[in-house]
Design a protein around this ligand. Structure first.
Ligand SMILES: [Zn+2]
Length: 277
């Protein structure tokens, strides 16, 4: 109950000031969380790249294996052909006629061509093996580099997570303290607006005659009401709570047509009197 009394007696001006202070802290927490969210993405990118590279190296290694077994098969074929050639050559000694001799000679020639063909294929396969092995070596170097990058990124991430978590904790504590000084209904409304807005802003100031949250133009009378700091005013488009930039403690470039401060204040006072709410 004692807490409620604190906020009940508070002027609108003070309420807005406290709320804006809370917004600043929460925005900082949001910023920290975004920062922490982006770094793991960089780590994830590197991990994906490493996976891609090692997958490619694995594929090349598989191809080398297949080519090697193909070479072995071809060597087997050469052996068979050479054995056949030996056999036919020994048969040449006991041919009975020219027809048999021609047939054996043709077989020998055919098997010799087979040996030649297999040797050619083996040569080609060996060249492919060499190329793939060179690719594998290149990929290995790249993998080593990326893995070193990943180690650095990971330790950076750990450091930042630890640092920002501590910072966030401190901010949360401070924010909790400020929340105690804000009227519960206003705080609930603020939290609701903040939740539904993409940039996490529940309270914004007028900038270039527009709402700092949704950038819709604020009518002059409404801007005046905001500057009066007598009641809580929300943007009629986005529902965000509006605050006078001066009260928020921010310096904005005043539009050219606006007159010096003193006159504005006097004008505002006059408006207040005539408005008479
Ligand atoms: Zn707005």
């Amino acid at each position: 109950m004692a807490k409620k009394d604190v906020t009940a007696d508070m002027s609108v001006e003070q309420k807005l000031k406290n709320l804006y202070q809370l917004q600043t802290m929460l925005s900082e927490i949001d910023r920290i969380k975004i920062l922490r969210g982006e770094l793991p993405l960089e780590v994830q990118d590197l991990e994906d790249e490493i996976e891609g590279l090692s997958h490619r190296a694995g594929k090349y290694a598989e191809e080398v294996e297949n080519l090697n077994s193909m070479v072995q098969t071809r060597f087997g074929k050469i052996k068979e052909a050479e054995a056949a050639i030996e056999r036919y050559k020994s048969q040449l000694d006991s041919v009975r006629n020219n027809r048999e001799y021609d047939m054996l000679s043709k077989e020998i020639e055919f098997q010799s061509l087979e040996v030649e063909l297999q040797n050619k294929k083996i040569g080609e396969a060996r060249k492919s093996i060499e190329e793939r092995n060179a690719e594998i070596e290149k990929l290995k170097t790249q993998l080593e580099e990326r893995r070193a990058d990943l180690d650095i990124k990971k330790s950076e991430l750990d450091e930042i997570v630890t640092e920002t978590k501590a910072e966030e904790e401190k901010l949360r504590e401070k924010a909790k303290g400020v929340e105690q000084t804000i009227d519960p209904r206003l705080l609930a409304a603020f939290k609701r607006i903040r939740k539904s807005s993409r940039n996490g802003l529940g309270i914004v100031y007028v900038e270039r005659d527009a709402c700092g949250g949704c950038f819709n133009k604020i009518p002059p009378q409404r801007q005046l009401d905001i500057r009066m700091r007598k009641k809580i005013i929300v943007c009629e488009y986005c529902g965000r709570i509006m605050i006078d930039p001066e009260l928020a403690g921010v310096k904005v470039n005043k539009p050219a047509e606006e007159k010096p401060k003193r006159r504005t204040r006097r004008l505002a006072k006059k408006e207040e009197e005539t408005a008479g709410e």
